[in-house]
Design a protein around this ligand. Sequence first.
Ligand code: XUL
Ligand code: MN
Length: 350
Amino acid sequence: MPNSTSPTTYRFSFGPWNISEGADPFGPETRTPFPHEKKFALYRELGFEGVQLHDDDVVPGLDGLESKVVMNKASAFGTMLKNEGLVPEFVAPRLWFAPQTVDGGYTSNSAADRQYALDRSRQSIDIARTIGCKALVLWLAREGTYVRESKSARVAYERLLEAINQMLAHDPEIEIWIEPKPNEPTDQAYVPTIGHALTLAYASNSPSRVKGLIESAHALLAGLDPADEMAFALAHGKLASVHLNDQNGLKYDQDKNFGAANLRTAFNQVRVLEEAGYGSKGEFVGLDVKAMRTQAGPPVTAHLRTSREIFLHLVEKVRTVDRDFEQRCIEGRDYETLESYLLKHLLGVA
Ligand code: XUL
Ligand code: MN
C-alpha cells in the first residue's frame, strides 16, 4: 500500500539521445539533425525537469580535450541547465564508442583499456560534481563477451568490483547506479539483472552509495518482470532510478513507448513504484524511449509526451483500484475474479 499520506507528485527525466534522427543499424538518419544544445529548451514544455546525461552529452568530444578545458565546459553546461530550470539526474561515462572499449572497459583483457575506462569514469564523476549532480550511472555496455571463453567471468566480476571501489574512493559523495542489461551490444553481458547489480553493491566498500537503475526493456530482455525487478531493489532501499519503456519479446532493445507492448506489465511497474512511495524523495521517473524511425521531425518529441501521459494515466488506475474488493478476492483466493476485475479496471469497463 502507498506509504505516504499525500499522493506523490512525480518528476520526469529523459536523456537528449531520446530526441534522435532515426538511424538504425540498417539505415541512416531519416530526420535532419536537431542540434544537441537546442534539445534542453524543449524539456519544460514537455513536462520534464530532469536531464539524464552521458559525459560527452555534457562536453562533446571530451577525449580530445585537456582536463581543465573539459571542466570549464562542464561548468558552463551546468549554468545553462540551471538557466533552463533543469536538474541533471546523472552522468554516465559513454564507454562504448572509443577504440579503447571495443572489447569492454573495466573487463577488457587489455590493461591499458581498463585504465582508460577507469580514468574516463573518474572524469565523469568530476563532470557530474561540476554540474551539481551526485550520481554516476554505469550501463555496462561492452562488459561481456561475444565468445564466452575470451574472458574469465570470475575475473571480470572481480574487476568490476575493483573499478566500482576505485570510483567510490575518487569522490566521497558520489553514488553509483548500475543499470543492468543482459545483452546488446555484447552477445552475453555481465551484470544482466538487478540481483547481480545489488550483489556488487553489497560487496563494495560503500554499499549505501551503490544502487540500481532498472530499465523495463532490459528486464524483459532477461526474461524477467520489470515490476518484480523494481520490487527487489525497492525492498533493499536501492532503487535509485528507472528507465521506463517497453519491449516486444526477446528481440533487440526496442525502447518502445511505455505501455506500448504490454499495458498490464506497465500498470504493475507503476503500481510497485506508487506503493513504495517511489518519487516522494525527489527520485525521477526516467524514460528511455526511442522515437519511431518513421516519424517526421525534427525534433521528435511525441514519444516522450505519450510515455509520460501513459505513466500518469496508469498512476490514476493504480490509485482507483478498489482495494477492499481486491483484498476480499485475495482472502477468498478467488484470483479469477481478481484478474477479471483488474483487466476491466484497466479497460475502463464495468
Ligand atoms: C542502453 C541504455 C543507455 C543507458 C545510459 O540500452 O539504456 O542509454 O540508459 O547509458
Ligand atoms: Mn537506459
